[in-house]
Design a protein around this ligand. Structure first.
Ligand code: SF4
Length: 432
């Protein structure tokens, strides 16, 4: 690995490493990617083999545990993602409409990204060498899609008859000190009911290596032509699942001191039930999976209301169909307590169709359709989760294009604090 730069005052600088050097090894081992890098950052004593021109150097330094070594490399530390070898019956990528940006069609399955970014992986095609590397590098926690602990059913759901059995693999990882969050994407008739109970029971036995289980309803878009026939989770099914999950939570709380298993927000929204309070999500470890998002947002908003001013803002808000009742309730409070004039609109998701109601999957054009010709006030608040990192919506419309089309500033609200601040004017205290 070639060094591009070395941070001033860093462990690498103390060792005498310079830009332009090549790292041959660290503590006798090769440094190949980011996983190695963070592993070495956690070591207290470091011995580098360095190539500098024709010189072969051995440099040493001490490092505060988990302090970044301070190195930047000329090549990316996490190269191309590995591609998955499955054909899951519920795969969201297979249900994308045509013509979206290329990167969205990528079916990645790379445990390194699971470690670094929290991406879910099935580990269905992982090699023995990679398993050894996970263990050697203490790559933990990982995010593992179990779906069902019934091996035959899992192979069917993954569309991969050669999928590596998950039960022995998870047991091995647990024995070797690797922790993991897990998920089951529930497809009615395939892995719910007794299957789900057995999955929960199996994973619970792996606690504390198994840190949590998210129960997530299958997402179905309007683009399923030619795919396996799947039923959506109905309100009654959602109600039944919540009942089961909450019973299991109580069991786990009594025996393990954690709820361990969590139902995704969508279950509560579909069942028309209130979301559990924020504290019952125990730190929101499965937030990216839509578990606790609403509770966290509402909790932040309520905290922000305690310190917000009476700004009398004139604002509009657009959200997805699912979150509309919660957003609307917060808007009503802003009207009452802060004298704000607020208009809340729910956008239909025509980008994906099929009744997709979550705000994170709204396209820019969905938002445009929902608010065109409506009263917008001085600004339009949109869910930040609908934007990718480069301020582009899933349908490739940019934030700027949306603002220009509406002729009003469009502001993404990243959390409940920002949301209330924009509804009611600046807060008087620091809520971030
Ligand atoms: S693992 Fe399954 S759901 Fe994930 S990308 Fe591959 S086929 Fe799709």
């Amino acid at each position: 690995m070639d060094i591009k730069s070395v941070d001033v005052g860093s462990a690498a600088e103390r060792a005498g490493i310079c830009a332009g050097d090549t790292i041959v090894s660290v503590n006798g081992e090769k440094l190949t990617d980011y996983v190695d890098y963070i592993y070495f950052c956690a070591q207290k004593k470091l011995s580098f083999r360095i190539l500098r021109g024709r010189e072969n150097l051995k440099l040493r330094c001490k490092n505060d545990e988990y302090e970044d070594l301070g190195l930047t490399f000329t090549q990316p530390l996490l190269g191309k993602k590995h591609i998955c070898g499955n054909r899951c019956i519920f795969c969201f990528v297979d249900q994308l409409p045509r013509g979206m940006r290329k990167s969205l069609y990528l079916k990645d399955e790379d445990w390194r990204y699971s470690l670094v970014m929290g991406n879910y992986v099935t580990l269905s095609t992982i090699t023995k060498d990679e398993i050894s590397r996970i263990i050697r590098r203490k790559a933990s926690p990982l995010y593992i899609s179990v779906h069902t602990a019934n091996e035959a059913q899992r192979r069917f759901m993954l569309g991969n008859k050669n999928a590596i059995p998950i039960r022995p693999l998870l047991k091995k990882l647990a024995r070797r000190g690797i922790c993991f969050h897990t998920q089951a994407v529930v497809c009615p008739g395939f892995n719910d009911g007794e299957y789900l109970f057995k999955t929960y029971s199996f994973l619970k036995r792996l606690y504390p290596a198994a840190l949590s289980l998210a129960v997530v309803p299958v997402g179905l878009t309007g683009h399923r032509q030619g795919l396996c026939s799947l039923e959506p989770v109905t309100p009654q099914m959602a109600l039944d699942t919540i009942k089961e999950v909450e019973k299991w939570q109580q069991e786990c709380l009594n025996s393990m001191g954690t709820r361990f298993v969590f139902a995704a927000d969508e279950y509560y929204l579909r069942a028309g039930l209130d979301l559990p309070p924020a504290e019952s999500y125990e730190g929101f470890a499965q937030l990216e999976n839509g578990v606790g998002l609403v509770a966290k947002f509402v909790d932040e908003a309520q905290e922000a209301f305690l310190t917000c001013g009476a700004g009398r803002a004139h604002v509009s808000v657009v959200t997805g169909q699912d979150a509309f009742p919660f957003i609307n309730a917060l808007a009503e409070r802003a009207k009452l307590e802060c004298g704000a004039r607020v208009y809340v609109y729910a956008a239909d998701n025509q980008t994906f169709g099929g009744g997709v109601g979550v705000c994170g999957l709204l396209g820019g054009r969905d938002i445009l359709r929902a608010v065109s010709g409506k009263t917008l006030g001085d600004k339009l608040l949109i869910p930040a989760s609908a934007l990718r990192e480069d301020n582009v919506f899933l349908d490739d419309m940019t934030l700027e294009e949306l603002g220009m089309a509406l002729n009003v500033p469009v502001l993404p609200a990243a959390d409940g604090y920002a949301f209330v601040r924009n509804l009611c004017g600046e807060s008087q205290g620091n809520t971030d």
